[in-house]
Structures are given as C-alpha cells and as structure tokens.
Write a protein that binds this ligand. Structure first.
Ligand SMILES: [Zn+2]
Length: 189
C-alpha cells in the first residue's frame, strides 16, 4: 500500500515514481473560481437542474525513461463535470459538459519550460515539491468551459432578432427582385 498523498500539496516526483492512480469526485462548491462560471439561476431553473454538482477526476503519475539516461516526470489528468451555465441565446439554464484530458510533463525550471514548450504537445510545468492538484484541475476545467454556452436547441421560443446567423445571411444574400429590376431599367439599350 502506498502512503496517503495530499492533493493540496502533492509530491509529484514521488507520486510518479510509485506510478499511482487516484480518482474520485469532489463537490463543485470546493472550486470557488469554477463556481463563478455557474449560472446564477432563478428558483424556476433550480427545479430543472440539480443543485449539487460533482466534479469527477482522475490522476495518474508516470516516470518515462529518457534515452541517454534520466527520467521524465509525468502527470496525466482527467476531469469533468456537468456545469449549469446560462444559455447566451435564450438566457435559460443549460447543463454543459465540461471535460479536460491533459498530460503534464514536469521540468526543472521556467527557462526549460519556455525552451521546450513549442515542440511539446503536453503541457510543461515547473516541478515543485508541493503541487496543488485541486488548483490544476480547476484551471483545466475553467479553460475547457465554453465562453459562449448555448443549448443545441433552445427549449423556449427564440425571438426573431436572435435567429440563427446563417439563416439571416442566406436571406441577405438573396437578390432583391426590385433592385434587380432597377438595374435592368438603368441599362442603356
Ligand atoms: Zn438556450
């Protein structure tokens, strides 16, 4: 059995060395910044949406041997939740699936992170003796949340001014028959 790891102050190096996987769920109320993205719902909406929302998460540590010696420290992170947000089309409540699946490689210092960042698909983080995994999960979910949340299909009748842009563009592109007639009349015979 491995010793208990504190996700507020995780020793990533030891976590990776022991190849530990942890998963669980945490109430949304534990994530203050994520909670700010949540729609401020009226009483009617709260009946439609559950008040308590859980963030599911999983982390896995890994040491990757490097050719020529040494090892890289990796942390794989998955997290998701159904976040109640406000639809920007009908202003009603919409449950948005926000999920993140990201791998992090830990490097010695900021200079190395900057130097290797462009060539790396994974995110680079500077190794610290105490990593706050909750903050990392929260950062990732905030970055994955939609900037303009919308229903796929709004449940309420949408006012005409908010009709789908593509539909309006199609209308605009249609030639006006009277304008076409005026053009014809201007043409010298
Ligand atoms: Zn909507």
């Amino acid at each position: 059995m491995h010793k208990n790891f504190d996700l507020n102050r995780l020793n990533v190096k030891a976590f990776a060395r022991e190849k530990i996987s942890l998963e669980g769920s945490q109430d949304l109320s534990q994530f203050a910044r994520l909670l700010d993205l949540e729609a401020k719902l009226g009483p009617a909406s709260q009946e439609e949406l559950p008040i308590s929302t859980q963030v599911s998460w999983a982390i896995q540590g890994e040491l990757v041997p490097v050719s020529g010696g040494g090892e890289q420290i990796w942390l794989h992170l998955k997290a998701e939740l159904h976040l109640p947000m406000q639809c920007q089309r009908c202003m009603g409540a919409v449950r948005v699936l926000v999920s993140s699946d990201q791998s992090f490689r830990f490097v010695a210092d900021e200079a190395t992170a900057e130097a290797e960042d462009e060539a790396s698909e994974e995110d680079l983080l500077v190794l610290t003796p105490e990593l706050n995994v909750w903050e990392l999960i929260e950062d990732e979910l905030i970055m994955s949340a939609p900037i303009v949340p919308k229903h796929d299909v709004c449940p309420t009748l949408v006012p005409m001014s908010a009709v789908d842009d593509a539909f309006e563009d199609a209308l605009d592109a249609r030639p006006n028959p009277f304008a076409a007639l005026a053009q014809l009349k201007k043409k010298p015979n």
